[in-house]
Design a protein around this ligand. Structure first.
Ligand code: MV4
Length: 430
């Protein structure tokens, strides 16, 4: 909506009754209530969203990064209703949404993947043969999953049959699709992803990487760019691989190609997210770009050939969640009695909150993204610690104390961490 304001485009916000006081409702030129708090009845209800678009005469819908952002049926219904879905076409979402198809698609384009099964695994014998060939441990992944949902690690042949059957049943339950595939399990990798942008004229480019290795139970907590583990040569190779993956499906819009990076510097395609992501602001700060503006421009048929973005400095994002890090990150909804956000050079806060706002208990716990930009990683860390000290939230518990503690550790400062860090390193709040 801020981008639209700058572009002279008027906006309509949609909201559930639980979000009537959210900042996006006040910021929008018009707002339409689309139902009660349960997201199935509001933010996931396609007919209600289309009705809101139609009564307000909307030209386009920006799906954000949750709910329907990667729903191919929604993208399809938008286009057939004459409303531009700001994102890729339904077929592109479908191809990348089915993880085994995505894997096969990028392999054909010459992108490295982790050694694994040749397509979906349909029998115990096939699973045993695949695992024997690539070696244990292996990981079973549901093709309809993503983001870590429903994955199972198997460390020896004796567990494989049991794990396969369980994984298939769980996948059927959770996604209505029992398809699973197998990969060699890479122990404690880093999560490094590449921001890509494609236009409607066949051009595809990348805007460097984001390191999202600091995660807890598949929830990212800190993201930064550049990655402490990526040099210019690796960035160039991962960027080229990400562009190949996106170009393989004629990708349109902003997208992210996720890679695992092992401790020897090998990278492997994991999945492609066909949406703008929560952590996109770190790329915006380092590359001096408004990615939402780029999404809107390519949706309006703009051509990106010849566009270049000059990276500068280092950007870090800390996710400020309504969660209590002292109590296993349990949710802590409630009133923001005080909500004082930091400012000053190189500090950005993206939030829907304000003093007296009541964080509802129904949705994702993210209440603010605190993003800093500075010349070097060291200066960015100091700036982040300064901004975290200035950030005052009274009324609910947040992840601010967690970030202060983590950013003080030698391990974080030296870039010595992997995706297992929070669970294995002994790092704790007490
Ligand atoms: C893996 C893996 C190890 N080996 N695949 C989890 C989320 C999804 N995008 C991919 N995931 C993983 N796939 C192979 N072959 C380890 C993970 C993984 C992980 C990846 C990124 C960040 C955090 C993670 C936490 C646990 C497991």
């Amino acid at each position: 909506m801020q981008t639209c304001r700058e572009l002279g485009i008027s906006t309509v916000g949609v909201y559930s009754t639980a979000d009537r006081d959210s900042l996006h409702v006040r910021y929008a030129d018009e707002a339409v209530c689309i139902g009660p708090s349960q997201s199935k009845e509001s933010y996931l209800n396609i007919p209600r969203i289309l009705a809101a678009a139609e009564i307000t005469n909307a030209d386009a819908i920006h799906p954000g990064y949750g709910f329907l952002a990667e729903n191919a049926d929604f993208a399809e219904v938008c286009s057939s209703s004459g409303i531009k879905f700001i994102g890729p076409h339904a077929e592109m979402i479908r191809k990348m949404g089915d993880k085994n198809t995505a894997r096969e698609t990028v392999v054909a384009a010459g992108v490295p993947v982790v050694p694994g099964s040749d397509g979906l695994v349909t029998s115990v014998q096939e699973a045993l043969d695949t695992a024997e060939k690539i070696g244990y441990p292996i990981i079973i992944k549901p093709t309809a999953g993503g983001g870590g949902k429903g994955m199972r690690v198997v460390s020896e042949a004796s567990q494989l049959e049991m794990s396969l059957v369980t994984a298939q049943n769980e996948a059927k339950q959770a996604f209505g699709n029992e398809g699973v595939y197998i990969e060699k399990f890479i122990v404690n990798p880093r999560h490094v992803e590449i921001q890509v942008l494609g236009d409607q004229h066949g051009n595809t480019m990348h805007l460097g990487e984001r390191d999202c290795t600091i995660q807890r139970r598949h929830q990212k907590l800190i993201e930064e760019t550049p990655s402490p583990a990526v040099d210019d040569n690796l960035r160039q190779r991962m960027g080229a691989a990400a562009v190949k993956a996106a170009a393989a499906i004629d990708y349109e819009g902003a997208g992210t190609v996720e890679f695992l990076l092992d401790s020897d510097g090998n990278f492997y395609f994991m999945e492609m997210n066909t949406r703008i992501q929560v952590e996109h602001p770190v790329t915006e700060e380092r590359y001096d770009v408004d990615l939402i503006k780029e999404q809107i421009l390519v949706a309006d048929e703009s051509n990106i050939s010849g566009r270049t973005f000059q990276p500068k400095g280092h950007a870090i994002e800390c996710r400020i969640n309504a969660e209590d890090p002292e109590h296993n990150f349990r949710p802590s909804p409630g009133e923001l009695q005080v909500f004082h956000t930091p400012g000053g050079p190189g500090v950005r806060v993206d939030s829907h909150g304000y003093a007296s706002y009541r964080v509802p208990p129904y949705y994702d716990s993210l209440i603010a993204k605190l993003v800093v930009h500075a010349d070097t990683r060291e200066e960015a860390i100091e700036r982040m610690l300064r901004a975290l000290d200035e950030f005052i939230v009274v009324g609910i518990a947040t992840t601010i104390p967690f970030h202060k503690k983590l950013l003080m550790t030698d391990d974080f400062r030296s870039g010595r961490f992997d995706t297992g860090y929070l669970d294995n390193s002994g790092f704790s709040m007490s």
